[in-house]
Design a binder for this molecule. Structure first.
Ligand SMILES: Nc1nc2c(ncn2[C@@H]2O[C@H](COP(=O)(O)OP(=O)(O)OP(=O)(O)O)[C@@H](O)[C@H]2O)c(=O)[nH]1
Length: 205
């Protein structure tokens, strides 16, 4: 049996507690929104397969980390081999925006190898009247860390598919520019043995 995807990337979600990491993933993978969620404990996992180009299947493997400080030691252990880091802040909670620099620093200092790509998302865009971060300042922060910036809502679904499709295309493009080191890879579970050209493509069959 062959693998059901051609490439797999680990995507790490980071941001303060309550910014909406779990909600964004739930909207993206299950097309639902829950008004009252419980804080993530440690790290949760989920995945979805995208087809950014005809015939090219990409499996995004999400690592949804707890934003609460007390889980930091656990979540840090998952930074390794993340191909992409999605940094999230709540558009209605300024403090979460101010934390983004710290989250970015946290990853750049600890993640080995360095992630290929960062994506900055302002969440809860449906709460228009309560906005406390201007689009311009968020865009300026995104520029400073060379990350695309989008505003999303897990509640309405606004921009969520767009954000993840963008991420997929950018990852493929980075991969084609050979920004990742080669490594041998063989898969025991699905019977497919192959050399993948990039170390962050891991088969977990
Ligand atoms: N209005 C609105 N509320 C949202 C949105 N996304 C998340 N929420 C709410 O924000 C709260 C926190 O959402 P979570 O997804 O649990 O946040 P989290 O970042 O995963 O939190 P931790 O697991 O503690 O790190 C919940 O009550 C959600 O319903 C959104 O797009 N719009």
């Amino acid at each position: 049996m062959a693998c059901a995807w051609d490439f797999q990337f680990r995507v790490l979600l980071l941001g303060d507690s309550g910014v909406g990491k779990t909600s964004l993933l739930r909207r993206y993978t299950e097309e639902e929104f829950i008004d009252s969620t419980v804080p993530t404990v440690g790290v949760d996992f989920c995945s979805r397969i995208e087809e950014p180009e005809a015939g090219v299947k990409v499996r995004l493997q999400f690592w949804d980390t707890a934003g609460q400080e007390r889980y930091r030691a656990v979540t840090r252990s998952y930074y390794r081999n993340a191909a992409c880091v999605i940094l999230l802040f709540d558009l209605t909670a300024r403090k979460t925006f101010e934390s983004i620099q710290n989250w970015y620093q946290e990853v750049t200092e600890r993640a080995q190898p360095h992630p290929l790509l960062y994506l900055l998302l302002g969440t809860k865009s449906d709460m228009r009247g309560q906005r406390s971060v201007a689009r311009e300042e968020a865009q300026s922060l995104a520029n400073s860390i060379t990350a695309p910036y989008l505003e999303t809502s897990a509640k309405t679904g606004s921009n969520i598919s767009a954000a993840l499709s963008l991420l997929c295309r950018e990852l493929l493009s980075a991969l084609r520019q050979e920004k990742q080191a080669p490594v041998e890879h063989s898969c025991g579970g699905c019977g497919v043995e192959e050399e993948t050209p990039h170390k962050r493509i891991l088969c977990t069959c």
